[in-house]
Design a protein around this ligand. Structure first.
Ligand code: ASP
Length: 580
């Protein structure tokens, strides 16, 4: 037997028991009269002690130990003279009677403790060592726990977990596909799924009624801090449901997670239409932990001789509470901020509504105090507040104002990581016009149902058609999204036509689905949550990387495996691939 207890288990009640532990040597402190060893495993750390008077054999063995050796020790549990109240085993130590070295270790490339000296790249290369650190392991334990809670919750509502294939067919659904060459069908390729979307719909046609899967998805996109080329979704689909049914079940799931994991009782989730989200927050994923909703000042601002505003399609403002005392320098910083290429505004107009009721603005040359008072009234500003205005093309200015609002939220400390404000964003447009390719794209995906009352406009005014689509947004992050689907092959064909597919193209790519719809498709809908993101939010992390056991770096590389990598001439030949 390698162990009677784990390294996190022993307490004062165990004093005088003879126990056996196995684990990794985290630290050795030789104080002359005594040597202390911190022994670590997944469950915790237990202090081992060897006295100067111990048999020579043991003292010798201890002298030969190094960091990260794997050892097994037998000994007696003693009450510690000086207790450590920072760890659960801090009341006791083990007086070593026998040591067995199970595995030696080279000196590790960084210290494996909460505060490590290892840089990012090094820790990624030796990820298995980084995973020994409590801080990293904790995130994976949380991930496990959340997956377990999700499974139990969905199981209790009769969702069935079904695995869908990973080698599928390349279909354009937003992002680029990862493809896998087929040896047996040379010149042909599988694609890795961007999501199991069509399969889960086929499972509904098959009568499975309620499906879920915690599943890997693959998207060959440019990477950002919170993106990985492979990531995990909680993917779900239900039959005989309307939007309301789907929202209820999954609102329940999120509330269950918050309750169990963070001890938070969430109130019912508010709903916001996509239109309002854009109009008041400039984003389809509004952070509603704080106010500063946008105020449309276009009409009020176009009354004087200020060409910048007069030529703008939209003039919008946020009212920043209590910031009328901002200095020249602070205002310059904000102007610099909005002019950064990532934000892209041309300039910033400010209006200080001073405590004494007077106004001071960067456009005093053009507007009177009465004009500015009218703006302040429209923005419900109080003396002491600061108005910040951006102007330009509406669909460009809204996201810029969104960046500015978030920046002000940060500056004022209004974006507390431990405060959670989820909401549903609903009624997305069905289609999105792309200037570059001069065609419409499905905003969600081509299987999303238009709102029935808008179906008539699909041909005459496609841009105005709203979809039965919804996103769950928490603190400015989209954590999940889904829709009620089209379950009628006619309507699906119409949708493909709106997207500019010819009959043949639609048939070639999605014939299997439209065919299936000919054999009795139930009304259905579903949703998918980004599991990595959800875990990172619950863990209070900025990146999803540390919720994944073996993540890729920002260039999509696995630095531990050194992948992607070249393959041999032989493999290429077998696959019938010639490199350019
Ligand atoms: N398949 C969709 C996605 O990955 C989610 C859904 O519509 O259920 O975004």
């Amino acid at each position: 037997m390698y162990r009677t207890h784990t390294c996190g288990e022993l307490r004062l009640e165990n004093a005088n028991e003879t126990v056996c532990l196995s684990g990794w040597v985290q630290k050795i402190r030789n104080l002359g009269a005594m040597t202390f060893i911190d022994l670590r495993d997944r469950y915790g750390i237990t202090q081992l002690v060897v006295e100067e008077s111990a048999p020579e054999e043991i003292r010798k063995q201890v002298a030969g130990l190094g960091r990260e050796f794997v050892i097994q020790v037998t000994g007696k549990v003693l009450e510690r003279a000086s207790k450590n109240n920072k760890i659960p085993t801090g009341d006791i130590e083990i007086l070593i009677e026998k040591i067995n070295v199970l595995s030696r270790s080279e000196i590790p490339p960084f210290t494996i403790e909460d505060h490590t000296d290892g840089g990012d790249e090094l820790r990624m290369k030796y990820r298995y060592l980084d995973l020994r650190r409590t801080a990293v392991r904790k995130n994976l334990e949380l991930r496990h726990r959340m997956a377990h809670l999700v499974r139990n919750y969905l199981d209790s509502y009769h969702f069935m977990e079904v695995e869908t294939p990973v080698l599928i067919k390349s279909t354009p659904e937003g992002a680029r596909d990862f493809v896998v060459p087929s040896r047996m069908n040379q010149g042909q390729f599988y694609a890795l799924p961007q999501s199991p979307q069509t399969f889960k719909q086929l499972l509904m046609v098959a009568g499975f009624d309620r499906y879920y899967q915690i599943v890997k998805c693959f998207r060959d996109e440019d990477l950002r801090a919170d993106r990985q080329p492979e990531f995990t979704q909680i993917d779900c689909e239900m039959s005989f449901v309307e939007r309301e049914d789907v929202l209820n079940i999954f609102e329940g799931m999120i509330r269950h997670l918050f309750k169990e994991v963070r001890g938070i009782d969430l109130p019912a989730l508010p709903r916001m239409t996509w239109h309002d989200a854009m109009e008041y927050y400039g984003s389809d994923k509004p952070d509603i932990r704080f106010g500063m909703r946008f105020v449309n000042l276009t009409a009020l601002a176009q009354t004087k001789d200020f060409a910048v505003f007069n030529s703008a399609e939209y003039v919008g403002a946020i009212c920043v509470p209590g910031c009328a005392n901002y200095t020249r320098k602070q205002l310059d910083e904000l102007t610099e901020f909005v002019k950064r290429p990532q934000v892209g505004a041309k300039g910033l107009v400010y209006v200080k509504y001073n405590e004494d009721g007077t106004f001071k603005s960067s456009v005093d040359k053009f507007y009177t105090a009465d004009d500015l008072q009218a703006w302040a009234t429209a923005a419900e500003a109080k003396p002491g507040d600061l108005l910040l205005l951006l102007s330009g093309q509406k669909m460009k200015t809204l996201p810029q104002l969104c960046e500015l609002r978030l920046e002000m939220g940060n500056r004022l400390g209004l974006r507390d990581k431990d405060v959670f404000k989820p909401l549903w964003v609903v009624d997305f447009p069905l289609l999105e016009w792309d200037e570059e390719t001069q065609r419409y794209y499905a905003m969600h995906h081509p299987f999303t149902s238009p709102k029935l009352e808008d179906v008539d406009k699909m041909e005459s005014d496609p841009g105005a058609v709203r979809a039965e689509a919804y996103d769950m947004v928490i603190n400015g992050v989209e954590v999940g999204g889904g829709s009620i689907r089209i379950h009628d092959s006619e309507l699906q064909q119409r949708m493909f036509r709106c997207l500019g597919f010819t009959e043949e193209q639609a048939e070639k790519q999605f014939g299997f689905l439209m065919n299936a719809f000919k054999y009795g498709a139930p009304p259905h809908g579903g949703i998918a949550f980004g599991f990595d993101r959800l875990v990172s939010m619950f863990a209070g992390l900025d990146s999803i990387r540390d919720t994944i056991a073996f993540p890729k770096n920002n260039s999509g590389r696995d630095v531990m495996l050194d992948s992607p990598s070249e393959i041999s001439e032989e493999q290429l030949k077998e696959l019938g691939i010639k490199l350019g």
